[in-house]
Design a binder for this molecule. Structure first.
Ligand code: AMP
Length: 587
């Protein structure tokens, strides 16, 4: 396809607002594509390279302005370009406002206005990305100048936007997915699945066109090519317990997300076996057969070289092809350091050995996407975690507070429906210096790139309340001689109003102590229930304050947890109901 035709279609799409009309227009574009289908499926999203490929054009905006200025003629400087940009805010409009192509006599850069094809633009941008080392910025400017010099108004508009990753014509990933399904008459779910495993819109479009639904079905994860990470939403323990039969609880590490690919035979970069224009990867990984481990950051950057100790761990522990998901944490004397330390290690290009001595990093693996030829995206979390433990030969990173973790390994997964147990895991995580806990649906599949409801991150409570104990219940069984559940009240002008019961977060030892403390204040007893005079103040954490008819205050605490006795406070200093009301209003 001529680049001019792409630009014209892009302009039409930009002028369209209805989602369905956009999908129709992208469908037409894909149908009009020739052997440049892969490139077009990316260009229309403003992407030059596949999503799994971290290659960038690596050209600063100033160099782009310089190339535009040069193509615009002798009287135009990069400053003029910037001044126009400051006015319009759109580099596309700025590029379109110049009359290019006047710079003749530059045959090697395609002087004159010889028309451009989409494949040619891609090839030139690939060469631009490949330029490295001293003088590379000049090479990049030369290449861009050569391209701009051959553009008309609309071509210049979309070339400039493409180069600076500012396409903004309203085409998202969903529009391309739907357009591939419509153009090549394949089910949208199959396209979605193929996109998840391949992370490559161009390849999926080509396979859909050439091999139909069978071709899409045959696309699998490839060890060596990163997929999008599954993401988490903020959520509460109460939500998790209400939504799922049981809850998978893990420590939440304050580090950096990584995806580790391992193949003892050496990793090649799959999907690069096709040689027609646009299919080949600009990455040089295809030839690097010696590498058995590659580690990618959350945005698919290859960070293998920066993390030798994780590579060594993987090489020593793994013996079959796998894709693992996890978090890299920086550790010092068994304590985690802030995540900035990990990022510093990620960025380190030189003197990695020294950096490693200063700050050691460790892997906490929490998921397994592929093992020994099996794609596990559709397997439930518990099964994936079992596979993880099997492939990592039981190297469990310490989630036992008595044995603080100091090595890479599997992050423990506790599956429970008991809020006390969840609170216990959280306490251990916080005691060991980690961020908190993740709550995961044990039955859930792995959805790359999704911020769904199956993974919830629970951050520690921001607020706590000091509440007066006005009642309790005797425990049962082993705990029959202890008070077990405590009724909590907030102070009002005329007395106390109840707003919840706390039974979570209390050890046996603490129960004995609390019973001793409260027993003298028991006023009356009815079966297991006791009425207690307001004397003792508890500090309590909670997830949320809800309006509720269950308690006399009209509010109820969600997931209340005992944090300690406020020996330093009398009931008169406890929190008032009006503070509870204020907190409920502002949460
Ligand atoms: P946030 O960055 O606050 O959105 O939280 C989600 C991030 O927490 C993930 O992308 C991971 O990098 C990180 N994380 C730490 N521990 C875990 C875990 N056990 N499971 C999943 N993600 C985790």
């Amino acid at each position: 396809m001529e680049f001019a035709e792409f630009a014209e279609r892009a302009r039409d799409i930009e002028g369209t607002s209805a989602d369905t009309a956009i999908v129709d227009a992208v469908t037409e574009l894909l149908l009009a594509a020739d052997d440049d289908l892969e490139v077009l499926a990316r260009f229309v999203q403003g992407r030059v390279f596949p999503a799994w490929d971290s290659t960038t054009l690596d050209i600063g905006p100033n160099y782009c302005y310089a190339a535009i200025a040069r193509a615009a003629g002798q009287n135009v400087s990069a400053d003029d370009v910037e001044a126009r940009l400051a006015e319009s805010g759109d580099i596309g409009a700025v590029a379109a406002s110049y009359d290019f192509g006047g710079q003749t006599g530059l045959a090697e850069f395609g002087g004159g206005r010889e028309s451009l094809t989409v494949s040619e633009v891609y090839d030139e941008l690939e060469a631009l990305a490949d330029a490295e080392g001293s003088g590379s910025q000049d090479t990049k400017i030369d290449i861009l100048f050569g391209l701009f010099n051959r553009t008309d108004e609309d071509e210049a508009r979309y070339l400039a936007r493409l180069v600076l990753s500012e396409m903004r014509i309203g085409v998202g990933e969903g529009s391309v997915r739907d357009a591939v399904a419509a153009a090549f008459d394949v089910p949208v779910e199959e396209v979605e699945r193929a996109l998840q495993v391949s992370n490559d819109y161009g390849r999926v479009a080509r396979v859909a066109r050439e091999e139909g639904v069978e071709g899409l079905e045959s696309l699998d994860l490839d060890v060596g090519r990163p997929v999008q990470a599954m993401l988490a939403q903020a959520g509460t323990v109460t939500d998790a317990l209400e939504e799922w039969e049981t809850v998978g609880v893990e420590w939440k590490y304050d580090g950096a997300r990584v995806q580790l690919h391992y193949d003892p035979e050496g990793l090649t970069m799959p999907g690069t076996d096709v040689t027609s224009s646009g299919d080949a990867s600009p990455s040089d990984a295809t030839t690097d057969d010696a590498l058995s481990v590659r580690i990618f950051s959350r945005n698919m950057e290859d960070v293998t070289d920066a993390l030798p100790e994780v590579v060594e761990y993987a090489e020593a522990t793994l013996d079959e092809p796998v894709i693992l998901d996890g978090e890299v944490v920086a550790m010092e004397d068994g304590e985690p350091l802030p995540f900035q330390e990990v990022l510093r290690r990620f960025r380190r290009k030189h003197d990695v050995a020294r950096a490693r001595e200063e700050v050691a990093v460790e892997l906490r693996a929490f998921d397994c996407l592929h093992a020994s030829g099996d794609d596990l995206l559709d397997a439930p979390l518990t099964e994936r975690h079992d596979r993880l433990q099997a492939v990592l030969a039981g190297t469990v990173a310490g989630t036992d507070p008595d044995a603080p973790s100091s090595f890479s390994g599997v992050s423990a997964l506790t599956v429970t429906d008991d809020p006390d147990e969840i609170a216990g895991v959280e306490e251990n995580a916080l005691d060991t210096g980690h961020e908190g806990i993740m709550l995961k649906n044990p039955e859930s599949t792995y959805s790359p790139g999704r911020r769904g409801k199956n993974w919830l991150k629970r951050k520690p409570d921001v607020e706590t309340l000091d509440l007066v104990v006005t009642g309790a219940e005797w425990g049962e069984g082993r705990r029959a001689s202890f008070l077990g559940t405590f009724l909590l009240s907030a102070r009002t002008d005329s007395g106390y109003e109840t707003l919840g019961k706390v039974a979570t977060g209390i050890t046996d030892e603490e129960l004995a102590h609390l019973t001793e403390l409260l027993e003298p204040h028991i006023r009356s007893q009815d079966g297991q229930d006791v009425d207690i005079a307001p004397e003792v103040v508890f500090e309590v954490g909670y997830e949320e304050i809800q309006a509720s008819p269950t308690y006399s205050s009209g509010y109820a605490l969600r997931f209340p947890r005992f944090l300690g006795v406020r020996d330093d406070r009398t009931p008169d200093d406890a929190d008032s109901l009006s503070r509870v009301e204020r907190l409920a209003d502002t949460q």
